[in-house]
Design a protein around this ligand. Sequence first.
Ligand code: ZN
Length: 535
Amino acid sequence: MSNKKIELFDTTLRDGTQGEGVNLSVEDKIRLAKRLDEFGINIIEGGWPGSNPRDKEFFKKINSVSLNQAEVCAFGSTARKLSNIENDPNLKALLETEVKTLTIFGKTWQLHSKHGLGITDIDNAKLIEQSVSFLSRNGVRVIFDAEHFFDGYLQSETFALDMLDAAVNGGADTLVLCDTNGGSLPNYVYDTTRKIVDRYKQQIGVHCHNDSGLAAANTLMAVSAGALHVQGTINGVGERCGNVSLATVLPNLVLKMNKKTKTELNLTDLSRLVKFTYDIMNMHPDTQAPFIGKSAFAHKGGIHVSAVMKDSNMYEHIDPALVGNKQRVLVSDLSGKSNINFKANELDIKYKDSKEITGQLVSKVKDLEFEGYQFEAADASLELILRELSGEYSPFFKVLDSKVHISYDESGTEKADATLKVLVGEDIEHTASDGDGPVDALNNALRKALAIFFPELKDVRLTDYKVRVLNEQEGTGAKVRVLIESAYEDDSWSTIGVSKNIIEASRQALSDSFNYRLAKLSNWSIKNKKSLQLS
Ligand SMILES: [Zn+2]
């Protein structure tokens, strides 16, 4: 077995931005490039300077950013016309980036060169050879992306190989076999890659898309067959179903296949890096993503939980810490006492009569879940329940009464006003506020009332608000579940409310959120509560 080291190539900033809903500014791209570098990626493909001004701008700026070890690379296509290689605007834009490594793609599927470009096989080979050669002669390393290689090889081996030969003759030092349509099967990828590895002395790479859900399997098979250069995006975003996710491929390569990478990887930073990537893309992370998803090591069924408490290997394929993730235990109506005990241990809650209290808690959680509460996604609300029973917590305030009024003026513009009465200690505070819609008005009125007693709540941010109708068949009489995510600096927490009335459900979730923050600030000590209230 070869022990050669694998070169890691991330294309989140180029192929990744071709994914639906992915949009990155130049500054975003630079921040992400720095993180990818710190993580240990070898080559960061920054964009396609010949296709848009933003990518051109990126290359201008990135040259003055000092990276630890990663090299930045630019992407483009082969020249358009044979008669004009030296003045081809795309090739010129690539050289103008002044980066030392360039990737260019060429057609290696006859279907594309014949019907797409409408040129002869010989001319397509010349375009590849002369484009690669022009760049190589300018002193840069050229990586050749053999677009649609696996489909092309299936249609005509001779054609596909002729195109790779052309790239080699031009001076390409790495040939990347692309499964551009993402439809190939792992055994075929293995056999084909093996043949290519045997035929060329150049480094062979692989670039897979996930249209059949097999991008990770195909990438690992190509590596098993001898590919030493792996392309992907860090969180799997990309055209259609995405590129292969490096967050899936890398732990498999390192932890399961014992492969060495050219640069040292900070694998324990992987979960944080992927979260950062989604944040910068303003997208919700895939909670079920292998290795780094929030649910990747989350246990819900009572039997599973009692087993992992004895030995986590029983339901976990690796130690989550290796990829910077952590074990979680979810409390739900499927839970048994083990889940509640695990949660209480995790939060360091001590009950006087733990047997009796655990029993009470299990039935309380089950009753609430039956009503529509769901604590898996509302950790903070669950913690309030657990700590209330242990005597460490009682609410800091209570909303006694709330009203929301919606009116429309002549032009049909909506206006929302909320009034409420809040009890803190012995004081009652009345406030009113307007807002963009009823929930916003309620949030504003509650914050206004609480600000008088608890100025420390000022910087709590509402980062997500979700509403779900629970029993849709009831129509307008249905119950709704509101989930709110709040944050203060790096800390974030989720709370829940359930009611037939969306305003009431929102009020519960908002109250839990503010109470949770105050309780945490008081270090869950009722003794600290008075001083906090008087502050
Ligand atoms: Zn691609």
